[in-house]
Unconditional design. Sequence first.
Length: 571
Amino acid sequence: MTTEHFIAGKDASLEASINSMQARLASLGFALEERSWLNPVEGIWSVHVREVECPLLFTNGKGATRLAALASALGEFFERLGSNYFWNHYYLGEANANAAFAHYPQERWFALPKGGAWPEELLTPELRAFYDPEGTLEVRSLVDFNSGNAERGICAIPYVRQRDGATVWFPVNIIGNLYVSNGMSAGNTPTEARTQALSEIFERHVKFRIIAEGLCLPDVPEAVIARYPRIAAGVAALRAAGFGILVKDASLGGKYPVMCVTLLNPADQGCYASFGAHPCFEVALERALTELLQGRALEALAGFPPPSHDLDEVASPQNLEAHFVDSSGLVGWAFLGSEPDYAFSDWNYGGSTAQEYDWLVERIHNEGHDVYIADFTHLGVYACRILVPGMSEIYPVDDLEWENNSVGNQVRAALLRLPELDDDACAELLDTLDDLGLDELRPIAPLIGLAADAGTPWAQLRVGEVKLLLGLALGDDEVIREGCDWVRHFGQGSEERRRVYRCVEDLLHLDDGDGYRTALEQLYGTAVLRQGQALLDGEERFFGLHAPGLSLAGCDMHQRLLAAYARVHAR
C-alpha cells in the first residue's frame, strides 16, 4: 500500500494534490520542469518550477518536506493560471483585446461616460469614494492595461461580497495596479484555497504594519518552539550555521494569525524578517521559517541591509514594496528591541478548513472591512482571488492617479510601430512622452507590456533613448543633445549603442565633421562613424529597431505568452 502524507491546512494528501495538478497541467498542454531544488537545513525545502515552452510562467514553492514544496509550487502555478496573474504585466494583443472576452467570459465592459463620471454599476458608491477620495481620478485611466481597449471601455470582473452575497464589479485596472498577486490561491477545496488566500492577506497587512510602525514583537518561548520538532530542528540548524535567529509572535496580542522569524547575519550585519500566517499556530510558524529560505541557499543569505535608525525610510512605500517583492527591505532598530510592545500569546485558531475560513472572514469583518471573492474553476482546479479594500492593497490607492499602468495604453501603439512613424507622428509621440512626465530611465518593454526577447534592442530600450531616437528622426538638435547627454550620464543600453551615441554627440558639436574625420575614425572606427553620421543625417532611423505592431510580430517570447494564454482560455 502506498503511504500518503497529509499536512495541516490541506484537504487532500500531498500525493493526491500533486498528481491531480500535474494531470490537469498536462491536459492543458503545459509541461513544467523542476529547477533549483534546495534543502539548506533540515525541515526547509524549496523549488522553482517553470513552463518549458514559456519560462516566463514560473513559480516557487516551499515547505517542510520535498513533497510539500512541490505541492506549494504547483498550487501557486494554478493560482496564477486561474487568476490570469501570469499575464498581469503584459499586453494581450489586438486579437484578445477585441475577442468575445479579453479576460473571462463573465467579464463586463462599461462604456466610458462622456462627462467623465464613473459608470453607476461599477463598484459601489463607498468603493468609488475609497479608490478616488478626492474625486480627481480620470475614469479613462481605469481602462485595463492588458487590452488597452478604450473604445470598448472599462473591463470589470464580478466579485462576491461575503457579508451579504452581493455581486460587485471591480475594474481589472484597479486589481492589477493595487493588489497584484496578494490574496490569490488554489487548492483542493474552496475553503482550503480561501483560507490560504486570506492568511496571505493577513500576513502582508500585519507585516507592513509591524515594519512601518517599528513594533517590537515578543519572543516565542523555547518550550513552545520545542513542541514542533521539525521547526525546532530548522531553527537550531540555522543557529549552528552562525546566524542569529529570532522567533517572534507577530499576532499583536493574539489578534492576528501571524508569526515571524528574523535572521541576523554577523558577517555583514544584515537583517531579514520573514513572516507567515495561518489560523493554525504551527502552520504559521512553519511558513515563516520556510519563507526565510525559499529559493536561498545558506550562502545566499548575505547582502540584506542592516537595521535602520530612520523609521521614515523604513515606513516608506518603496521600502514596503521591497518587503513584498522579496523581503529585502529595511527593518528598523526598534523592531529588534528587548521590550516588546505586546505580550506573547500562545494562540491557535486551527480547525477544519471551513472553520478556519469562517474565523478569518469574521476577523476581517470585525476590523470593519469587507471580503470580496472571485472564484475560478475553468481549469479544473479551484482557484480564487480575494480583495479586502483598505487591508489587502500592496500599493497605495493614490497610485491609481499617479502611477497607473494605464499610462502605457497612451503610447503603446506608437512605440510598437516606432520605425514606421512619419515626422508628424514622431513629433506627437515626443510631445506625449514629455506631457506624461515619464522617468527617462523607465524601461519601454514593461511600460507597454511587451515581453521583449533577451539581447534585442527592445529589451534594453528606455524612455530617454526613445526621446533621443525621436530627436534624431526629426533632426531636432536640442533633443539630440539632451538625449546624448542622458546616455553619457546614465550609461544605459549596450556599450555598442552608447559608442554610436557618443559619436553622434561629437559630430553634433563639430560643425565641420569632415575636418575631424581622421580623428573620429581613429576614435570610433569607420563602421561606428558611418552609423553615427547616418543617424544624424536621418538616413538611418531608429537604430535597428523592428516594428512589432499591436500584433507583436517577431517577438518570440511574447508570442509564447499569448500561446499559453490561448491554452488557458480556449474559445
